[in-house]
Design a protein around this ligand. Structure first.
Ligand SMILES: [Zn+2]
Length: 508
């Protein structure tokens, strides 16, 4: 047996300025098929998990070129249709070449992509794939932030979401999707899916599974799956910054040989009863820093500037948190990766380690992120090529490339500038510049939840700041045009006739 492996997707923030093009989606282009097994086997990634399942079952993995960023998916503004078409043209061309020799397709997608014209990027991708493979079995792993649509379910033979935020089970989702695919090809399983969408948007910052209601749902679903002998149960948090008819949270159940709609409705009801648990508290940078400082013991506290999370489609160059850190000018303050390829490139060209420089940093993409900050006579502490291997649970072992990077010091505050956008997952973007976190007191960084996979074990405290930005906790700041309405928290609570029928009408 041979199974083709491919990956393409995007987490679209409709309220982020600009367009996601092929160049911005994956700055280094395709991961070429010849290198995929070497790069991903044994890593904590979707593809790593799929390869493991195939190896265990004596199935030959047949990777084609992958579109992936750090093993996962890029996030950013609305994707250009040209980008989606180009990627799917390239993928389907390669699938055609191998069609006569493959038994199935493993297709890792995100689930919250949209383009200028396709509100549901994954359905577009699946339709393109179906036009080539016909009825050949195709299954996918998806992100926990996927906005699931009934079209996606109809076009796929099996969808397997990650369950955790931070996403520590990407490998497991890839493994499960590939395992069920193999058993289905062998005729041992007949998976059927049931989807219930809920009229609820969850801010990406408040939807996590380390504690609270998210953890309760995670544990409940795991037990429920075991007790009912289901192939899979996923609560998808959805991605609330995608303005599309399919944006919402949802429950998807996969069963063997029957339609598990009753189970999906029961699990949707369980979430609905607990929806108030996803409401969040919004702190300014000053409030968050004060609260963090008060909780430092022997080590450091982390303040995450969630509203500027590049992993949520924000630019990663907002200056609100850095400005407040510079104003306080405390010893041991370190601001993690700030996206500014212009400044980082200029310093690499013109400075050596030990030089001093006056330069404007950040604040160059979106006015919501604040003005650029004029550094004066800042010390160039170190330069880095930005290459690292991730140590975070979400993508451990995967190579990442921040591009030309710089560590600067202004007063007591250190700052790391980078040339490519990633949210902060772990200590590696600090270490790549030689920054020793054992000396740090407060770390500022840009991420909503995934950094916690690493930092919950190392930081004395974690406090979330919610200054103005592209990913706010208060979703009423967004001017939505395309959602299924009514939906919480935008509208007053509506009577829900049944979860299985809500949001079924696709498109406007
Ligand atoms: Zn996600």
């Amino acid at each position: 047996m041979k199974i083709l492996i491919c990956q393409f997707g995007n987490e679209t923030n409709s309220f982020s300025l600009g367009k996601t093009t092929w160049e911005t989606l994956v700055s280094h282009g395709w991961i070429e098929k010849e290198t995929v097994l070497n790069l991903f086997e044994g890593t904590a990634s979707y593809v790593g998990g799929a390869i493991r399942a195939m190896r265990e079952e004596g199935v030959e993995p047949l990777p084609i070129d992958l579109a992936t960023k750090g093993g996962n998916f890029g996030a950013g503004p609305t994707m250009s249709m040209e980008c989606a078409r180009y990627a799917m043209d390239h993928i389907t061309e390669q699938v055609k070449e191998h069609l006569s020799e493959i038994d199935g397709v493993f297709f890792a997608v995100h689930g919250a992509g949209r383009t200028e014209t396709e509100e549901d990027l994954e359905s577009y991708c699946f339709r393109r794939m179906r036009s080539v493979i016909g009825d050949l079995p195709m299954m996918s792993s998806l992100d926990a932030h996927a906005n699931l649509s009934h079209d996606m379910v109809a076009l796929s033979d099996g969808l397997f979401g990650i369950k955790t935020v931070p996403h520590v089970d990407c490998e497991e989702a890839g493994y499960r999707a590939a395992s069920v695919l193999i058993q289905t090809i062998r005729g041992e399983l007949k998976p059927q899916m049931a989807l219930c969408r809920l009229p609820l948007l969850i801010p990406a910052t408040t939807g996590f599974t380390l504690s609270g209601v998210g953890k309760e749902i995670l544990e409940h679903n795991r037990l429920y799956r075991e007790e009912h002998g289901l192939l899979d149960v996923t609560f998808f948090f959805g991605f609330s910054a995608t303005d599309a008819h399919c944006s919402s949270c949802s429950v998807l159940v996969v069963a063997d040989g029957y339609d598990p709609i009753a189970e999906a409705e029961e699990l949707a009801e369980f979430v609905w009863e607990r929806k108030s648990g996803f409401e969040g508290e919004s702190l300014s940078c000053a409030e968050a820093l004060s609260r963090a400082e008060a909780q430092i013991k022997e080590g450091y506290a982390v303040v995450n500037e969630a509203s500027d999370n590049p992993g949520g489609g924000a630019p990663g160059d907002a200056t609100h948190l850095l400005r407040e850190m510079l104003r306080r000018n405390q010893k041991g303050y370190v601001m993690g990766p700030l996206y500014d390829p212009e400044a980082a490139g200029y310093i690499h060209e013109n400075c050596r380690v030990g030089d001093r420089i006056s330069i404007a940093v950040g604040g160059k993409t979106d006015p919501r992120g604040g003005e650029p900050i004029e550094l004066e006579d800042a010390l160039v502490v170190n330069l880095s090529d930005g290459k690292l291997i991730s140590a975070a649970p979400i993508n451990r072992g995967v190579a990442m490339d921040y591009g030309k990077s710089v560590r600067l010091r202004q007063g007591n505050v250190e700052l790391i500038l980078v040339s490519d956008r990633f949210q902060t997952y772990d200590d590696r973007p600090f270490l790549m510049t030689g920054c020793d976190l054992s000396q740090a007191r407060v770390l500022g960084l840009k991420s909503m939840n995934h950094f916690k996979g690493y930092f919950q074990h190392t930081a004395d405290a974690i406090v979330t700041a919610d200054p103005p930005g592209v990913c706010p906790i208060d979703l009423k700041q967004y001017d939505y045009q395309n959602l299924c309405r009514p939906i919480l928290p935008l509208d007053d609570e509506a009577e829900i006739p049944s979860f299985k029928n809500w949001g079924k009408k696709e498109g406007k």
